[in-house]
Design a binder for this molecule. Structure first.
Ligand code: ACO
Length: 322
């Protein structure tokens, strides 16, 4: 039996911090509201492209695995804020890391994108089609934020995280996974004026704009991620108390706490870093995964449950053995 072991990890955290107090100088908000409603204290703003953020995270993950770029068979980039749509942004990352023989493709499932990519690349490795892959989640969310709109301006940040997957007979990596999409509520979370479906009679074209119905997304995110975790636990034949670490998508601390409560997971098992970065969409899970390793939360053989929810409305949950 072939598995797709995670042998390297890396992240790129842009250095420029934007604190809640900074934001309160440009829009009608305040530190107390943001912290109590979202758990966010600050977020990072990138002055470089998504491709550059992704390249740094991918290179770190490849170095960590002790590989060279040309060892890699597949570069898959989860993003909903690509640097270029055509050619895809993964091709820039492939070029930058010297993975000259690798396939390169983008995966857009918004905030669920990294877990979708992990599932797709793991399946390719397990089938024997490829041997080594680098999976990246990278976003420049602040590019799409309307800084005059306080509801969304406070929520998002930029960053990237990556893992290397390698074929192995050792039982580890992604062992159970479920992905899905509920399109009946597709419109409650989207970015306007981005992509080819633009109203051609609406001129001049306005800036892209991230729009959402906060309370609806909140409720559906809690339900969607909790149910996806239950499905994956069933698939893996595991009980929740056997899980060592829960890595939820970092969209709002109250969403994380509600999932934690529904699943009855104790605080010390839940990885939370939203206070530092806000919602970096497809990058939240790989960044949190890296930091959980750095902080010693994830150790060899740790059993990890991860869940995500985003525009689409997409959802995903993964059971990973480290
Ligand atoms: N500063 C101060 N006041 C604010 C701000 C702000 N930044 N934003 C909104 N308010 C005000 C509102 O205007 C409203 O005022 P009103 O009662 O006078 O009308 C009040 O605060 C409460 O607003 P609500 O929208 O009810 O606040 P809520 O507790 O629902 O929190 C939030 C809003 C943070 C957006 C929450 O609903 C949320 O996180 N939803 C999900 C967001 C989302 O879609 N994220 C991206 C997708 S990824 C994912 O979520 C899984």
């Amino acid at each position: 039996m072939i598995y797709a072991n995670i042998t390297g990890w890396g992240k790129c955290i842009p250095p420029a911090k934007l604190t809640n107090d900074d934001l309160s100088t440009v829009v009608d908000t305040n530190d107390e509201w943001i912290k109590t409603r979202t758990g966010i204290s600050e977020r990072r703003v990138s002055h470089v492209s998504t491709a550059e953020l992704a390249t740094i995270a991918a290179q770190q993950a490849i170095d960590c695995a002790g590989l060279k770029g040309d060892d890699i068979d597949l570069v898959m980039l989860a993003t909903c804020t690509p640097t270029t749509l055509v050619a895809n942004t993964a091709s820039l990352v492939q070029k930058n890391i010297g993975a000259t023989g690798a396939a390169a493709c983008d995966m857009n499932a918004a905030c669920s994108g990294f877990l979708y990519a992990l599932q797709a690349a793991t399946a390719q490795i397990k089938s024997g089609m490829i041997k080594k892959a680098v999976i990246v989640g990278a976003e420049r969310m602040t590019w799409h934020v309307n800084w005059a709109k306080r509801d969304s301006a406070v929520l998002f940040g930029d960053g990237a995280g990556a893992v290397v997957l390698e074929a192995s007979e050792e039982k580890s990596g992604l062992l159970a996974s479920k992905t899905g999409c509920d399109t009946s509520n597709r419109d409650i979370l989207h970015i306007t004026n981005f992509g080819t479906e633009i109203d051609k009679y609406e001129a001049p074209l306005g800036p892209s704009n991230l729009l959402f119905e906060g309370r609806e997304v909140f409720k559906r995110a809690v339900k969607g991620m909790s149910e996806a975790c239950d499905d994956v636990l069933n698939q893996a034949n595991l009980n929740l108390d056997e899980i060592d670490v829960l890595i939820p998508h970092q969209a709002n601390l109250r969403i994380i706490q509600a999932i934690q409560q529904r699943l009855s997971v104790s605080d010390e098992k839940v990885m939370v870093n939203i206070q530092n970065y806000g919602n970096t969409s497809a990058a939240t899970i790989p960044i949190a995964l890296c930091e959980a390793v750095e902080q010693g939360m994830i150790k060899p053989n740790s059993k990890i449950m991860s869940a995500a929810f985003g525009a689409g409305l997409t959802w995903a949950a993964s059971y990973i053995q480290w």
